[in-house]
Every structure is written in C-alpha cells, then in structure tokens.
Design a protein around this ligand. Sequence first.
Ligand code: GCO
Ligand code: MG
Length: 416
Amino acid sequence: MSEPSPDNSAGSGARIVDARVIVTCPGRNFVTVKITTSDGVTGVGDATLNGRELAVASYLQDHVCPALIGRHADRIEDIWQYLYKGAYWRRGPVTMTAIAAVDTALWDIKGKVAGLPVYQLLGGRAREGVTVYGHANGQDVAEVLDEVAQYLEHGYKAVRVQVGIPGLPVTYGVSKDKLFYEPAQKGIAPSEATWSTELYLRHVPGLFDAVRGKFGFGFHLLHDAHHRLTPTEAARLGKRLEEYELFWLEDPTPAESQDAFRIIKQHTTTPIAVGEVFNSIWDCQQLITERLIDFIRTTVVHAGGITHLRRIFNLAELYGVRSGSHGATDLSPVCMAAALHLDLSIPNFGLQEYMRHTAATDEVFPHTYWFEGGYLHPGETPGLGVDIDEKLAERYPYQPAPLPVNRLLDGTMHSW
Ligand code: GCO
Ligand code: MG
C-alpha cells in the first residue's frame, strides 16, 4: 500500500500519529477506536455494531486508520467529510459507525486539548441534567409492575415497559437480567424467536392499564414495538393507548418507507419515536420535515458521530421534533458519554435511554458520568470523560454473538 498523503495545509493542532481498533468482550462485544496525536493526547470513539462488530473493525483497521495518520486532529469536520465523501460508497451502518468512532475520538481529543468537557465546546449546558429512561420488563404484568416500582424508587422519571406475550415462548424486550438488556446470544447462528401481532395487540394494552392504574400519571411511560407492526396496526395500537398518555411509542413500523408514518400520524395522537437503526440525516429527512414523528431516536455511534447527529438534531429542532437517543447496553460507555455531552447542549432534547452496563464493562471503560435522581450527568473532565483500560480489555477476547431472527407462527420471516 502506498503511503497516505497527509493534508499539508495550515492547521493549528497536532497530527494523528496512531489510530487503533480494540475489540473486547467483557460480557458482550465492544469495538473502540483509540486515536493518539503527536502531542501524546488520546481520544476514544465507540464503533460497536451489535452482531456485526468485526465488519466495522475491519473497515476501520483496513481502510480508515491508515488514512488518518498524518492528518490534523483538530480538523473534525474536514476529516468527517474526507471519510464520508472520500469513500465514494456513502452511508450504511458499517461505514457510518466507523466514521462515528473517529469523529467521537476527535471530539474527545479537542476537549482534552481545550481543557473543557465536550458539552462546553458544543455551546454549554442547556439544562441541569439529562433525563433518562430505564426498561421495566417481565414475563407477566405482575412482574413488570414490580420492576416499575423499583425504577421509581431509584428516582427514574421515565420508564419503558415491555411484557411477555402468552402463547409466545420469548418476547422482545423481556430479559432474564434486570437493569441491562442483551438480546444478542453467543454462538454462530442466531437464535430464532416467534411472533404474532394478533396475540401482541390483544395483550399489550392491559399492561398500560395496570401500570397507570397502580402508579398513576406522575412519570413518563414508554413502549417499543421494535419494527413489528404495519402502519395500520401501529395506528390501531397508538389509538388504543392514547388514554395512558405515553411519552412515546417507539419503532412502530419499519422505517425504510418514511411515507408509512403518515398513516400512523393521521390516526393517533400517541407520540412516535423512531431512528435507532438510521445512519444518516437522509434516513429521517422526510420524517422530520413533514412532522411525521415526534422524537428522532438516532445515536452517536450509528449516525455518524457527534458531528452528524448534531446536524440531525438541529434539523429536527426546526420542525419541533425532539431528540431521543438510543442507549441500549450494546452501545458502549464511550457512546453513552458522547451522547450525554450532546444531550446536555442541544435545545430540543427529549429523552435519553439508559440501559446500564455490567460491572465488567464499567471496569474496562472507566467513566465520569453518573446517575442521580433520574438524571445522568457527564461530569466536568476535559474531553468525554471516558477511557478504555487496554490491559483489562485484552483479557476479554471477541466472542461471536448475533442478534436473534424472528418468524411468524407459520414460519414466515418477520422483522425482529
Ligand atoms: C432499544 C433497542 C434495543 C435493540 C438493540 C439491538 O430500544 O433499546 O430496541 O433493545 O434491540 O440495541 O442491538
Ligand atoms: Mg428500540
């Protein structure tokens, strides 16, 4: 391979001398980029794409990292454009996750160089803390109620509820572990789940009735339909749930067709959130500009980093659409830290998902963010306030763990 040609134009900052990819599995897989400058400053970025981790690791290792060497670390926008336009093959989860990781690491570096937490570089604090929601789930309604009680005791102001569906052996969102949720299962072949929209639609309204009946309306209630409904079915569910005043109904229908959301919006006032599988502003342009959604729920790691996600949230602000960052356990603490800096600084923040990480993950990724009274706070450390303990990371080698697939009761493949 020929030497990459570094930009020789004026730049005030140090140059990138090293860019490395670290794959580690402290319970689940995480991919992290670590960039070092000629001044010895390091920055980290999350590059985890659940179930497809090694594709991003290779994209970075083989194509992106070598091209970064010699570039000015302070030129975040230029490097973003270089990686996006320069690849010719635009968008897509693998490309955009790789770009996101580099972008995040460069913001971390810029913060450290400036001696400021990243949220200060983004305009400073627009609120006191980042309101987060947790997942209360259970095999049956009684179990979910116990879980909701615990979240409220912890001080959460927003809770997502998911319940097992009688007649289906496993249901999305119902986990054996509490506080964190990991749907990917170790092994080569994905596990197979079964699904029935009819059984789901009949059972799930009872959950909301029980939750509001027991705990009242003094906290935000959310639910994830995980891309399983047609627009008509989603409209019917949204209408049925209106009396329970959901904060949002998430991913009601697959969003390849942004148009489909018009049908949902025409029929229900239940607010709609979507976006965790989006990777660019183009995936949500129509949804936002035609006001077909209420919350855009993309995240730093899968939507091009802080630079691109901020652009999405800025567009959304023009149309009264608020943010709703994805924050499942499969996004590393590096992504969580980056999300918090952005959440704290944008005017149209909505809600941040907060699935906790296991103790092993938290040890590999020491961080300064903390939870108190329903809010997360990113801390005041310069940069993102998160790092990776490389020695410890080495102890946890990669283990294949794909996401499940989903079939209807007659065996037809369905969206998981
Ligand atoms: C959520 C998500 C997750 C995803 C997971 C896939 O709302 O938190 O739907 O549970 O399924 O991130 O990797
Ligand atoms: Mg979701």
